[in-house]
Design a protein. Structure first.
Length: 113
């Protein structure tokens, strides 16, 4: 294993999915590692994804295994999306209130000089 040359086989969106695939490979006799980015340190996930690397000699076997692999659903992204949508709704509501105050102020200035 000292002379192992690792090659990227797939990029996934989350650390959780990367760890699932690495465990799946391990259970099937393939050595795999994860390569993220500096954002892993700050947020736990890389915005550019997590690369899964396998030994070059096991690449074909790993690709075959990936065809039958079904990840366990992880909802971290969905929660972020839900939170982003609720933030957009709150922002639109606040913008509407501010616009209403501005319009009322303009109408008061025009009709009651």
């Amino acid at each position: 294993m000292i002379d192992a040359k690792f090659v990227k086989i797939i990029t996934v969106d989350s650390l959780a999915e990367a760890e699932q695939i690495i465990q799946f490979f391990k259970e099937n006799g393939i050595i795999a590692i994860r390569q993220g980015s500096i954002m892993d340190v700050y947020s736990g996930n890389s915005v550019s994804g997590e690369d899964i690397m396998v030994d070059e000699s096991q690449k074909g076997e790993a690709q075959s295994l990936l065809k039958e692999y079904q990840p366990v659903r992880v909802y971290t992204s969905d929660r972020k999306l839900l939170r982003a949508n609720s933030n957009k709704t709150v922002n639109k509501l606040l913008l509407g209130i501010i616009m209403a105050f501005i319009i009322i102020a303009i109408l008061i200035i025009i009709f009651f000089p």
